[in-house]
Design a protein around this ligand. Structure first.
Ligand SMILES: [Zn+2]
Length: 499
């Protein structure tokens, strides 16, 4: 801003503020006056640069679409009438922009810099963040520009706006009389800056208080004055701090939002990927089983104990189909165990069991094969019973979906693992190789660790689990394997709020 102009404004406003003060106790060199002087000297350049860049693009775009001056009638009106029209249209635009700034949290961060004013005077008018200034000027002036009013009318109206803004913030008591209900007065705008609940989000207009009257946002009590101005939560005081403060707040909020949402998003993606892998693998297994059943059925006369093997295959096909079905309909996880190990162990446990199923059978005696097949059959049938009870809570990973404590779950914790153990014993008997026994031993070790992780996450999600674990033994009925007890504290990756 021009130094001469600053001198002239100071010569007008400082004496008036001394002669007719709204708040007589406020000194001329009040708090932060140097900061607001810096705003007055420097901020205009930043605002003009921002405004030129944004408004220039908007005007060029409009010009190329609408052509030069689409409403010549308005530009031909008498100048004084055009000025009145511009003030009305621009102030309606300003009212809208200003109200948006108070409503949209993103814009409020920038507008709050202007509301950090704690001593109202003409100098404080200039404390506006460039983003706030560019936004409100654009919304108020672009409609006026697009309507094609003459440049002269725009310049006069804009000058009026500036002088009016200085008056509104100034510490000058001016009696507008009944006009205060139509024109914005210092008293009216000071209420906009008041740090009082009643006055929050009131008196948005810059020049025509009647807009607030019509919109029902006017607050102009006649029996009192604002006690304090400024923000409920103060912000830093200096110019450079004001410039970066809104960006800091917004960056912090964004980072917080991302960190809040990431674990939930991660849990959802992981659950869906796991579901897809399960459906592909167990879907393939189901098709294999169905072909195997068809083969046994067609060649039953050439296969010894074909009847028993057929029943065993039908039961295991049923098990695989149930795994596919419950994977499809399973509930979203309430919570999942934290870290890589629970995931790696769960996957290894599942796929080692499948590897055992696919190992080539060793030549064993007929009696042993019957015993082995019968054990596999019983193990698979029990697994089906457990799976039916587990239902939509079934999952490979250590996740908590819904707590099951009835039926098989009232006899042992992890009955599915106990039934699978029986199945594995049958498989080991029928394969009998060193590799099979080695894999079997590894599987048991992994399953115990897996049960630990599951217990941890179930205890963390369901408070009643501790009592259930005290009451019901783990894996083997009647045998309380205390050394298998899982640690109570288990870190969690929060998928959603625990119940
Ligand atoms: Zn405001």
């Amino acid at each position: 801003m021009d130094y001469t102009l600053i001198f002239i404004l100071a010569c007008i406003f400082i004496p008036l503020e001394r002669l007719y003060p709204l708040n007589p106790d406020q000194p001329i060199l009040r708090r932060d006056w140097k900061n607001d002087l810096f705003y007055m000297l420097f901020n205009g350049f930043v605002v003009r640069a921002g405004f030129t860049a944004v408004a220039g693009v908007a005007m060029l775009a409009y010009g190329s679409v609408a052509g030069p001056n689409p409403f010549p009638v308005l530009a031909a009106l008498p100048l004084w009438f055009q000025v009145i029209c511009v003030v009305i249209v621009a102030d309606i635009g300003y009212y809208i922009a200003h109200r948006i700034c108070h409503t949209v949290p993103f814009l409020w961060q920038f507008h709050s810099v202007h509301h950090s004013i704690e001593d109202m005077d003409w100098l404080a008018t200039h404390r506006v963040h460039p983003v706030d200034q560019v936004f409100s000027t654009l919304v108020s002036l672009l409609p006026v520009y697009f309507l094609g009013f003459s440049a002269q009318a725009l310049v006069i109206a804009h000058l009026l706006y500036h002088v009016h803004a200085l008056l509104l913030h100034s510490n000058i008591k001016v009696n507008f009389g009944p006009l205060k209900w139509i024109l914005a007065s210092p008293e009216y705008h000071h209420w906009h800056h008041a740090n009082e609940k009643d006055a929050y989000d009131r008196n948005f207009a810059a020049q025509l208080s009647i807009i607030d009257r019509v919109a029902g946002t006017m607050f102009l009590p006649q029996d009192r004055k604002p006690v304090a101005y400024g923000l409920e939560t103060p912000i830093p005081r200096l110019y450079h701090q004001h410039m970066i403060h809104p960006f800091n707040v917004l960056a912090k909020r964004l980072a917080q939002r991302i960190s809040e949402r990431t674990p939930a998003m991660f849990a959802r993606v992981e659950d869906n990927l796991g579901k897809l892998a399960m459906l592909l693998i167990f879907g393939y297994l189901a098709v294999e089983k169905i072909f195997a059943i068809q083969f046994i059925f067609q060649h039953s006369d050439q296969i010894p104990q074909a009847g028993l093997i057929l029943v065993s295959q039908v039961v295991s096909a049923l098990f695989v189909l149930l795994v596919v079905y419950f994977t499809m309909v399973r509930l979203p996880p309430k919570d999942s165990a934290d870290g890589m190990m629970p995931r790696v162990i769960a996957l290894l446990g599942t796929y080692i069991m499948m590897a055992l199923v696919f190992l080539p059978p060793e030549p064993i005696g007929a009696e042993l094969r019957i015993v082995a097949t019968a054990i596999i059959l019983i193990g698979t049938a029990l697994s089906i019973a457990c799976l039916m009870q587990l239902g939509k809570s079934f999952s490979i990973m250590a996740s908590s979906r819904e707590l099951r404590t009835e039926g098989a779950y009232a006899i042992v914790r992890h009955p599915l693992y106990a039934a699978e153990l029986l199945m594995i014993v049958g498989i080991l008997l029928s394969h009998g190789s060193v590799l099979a026994f080695g894999l079997g031993a590894l599987w048991v070790t992994l399953q115990i660790r897996r049960a630990h992780y599951e217990e941890g996450i179930l205890r963390a999600t369901f408070p009643e689990y501790a009592e259930y674990a005290r009451r019901v033994p783990m894996l083997v009925p009647g045998l309380n394997l205390r050394w298998l007890e899982a640690p109570v504290e288990q870190k969690r990756v929060s998928g959603s709020e625990p119940v």
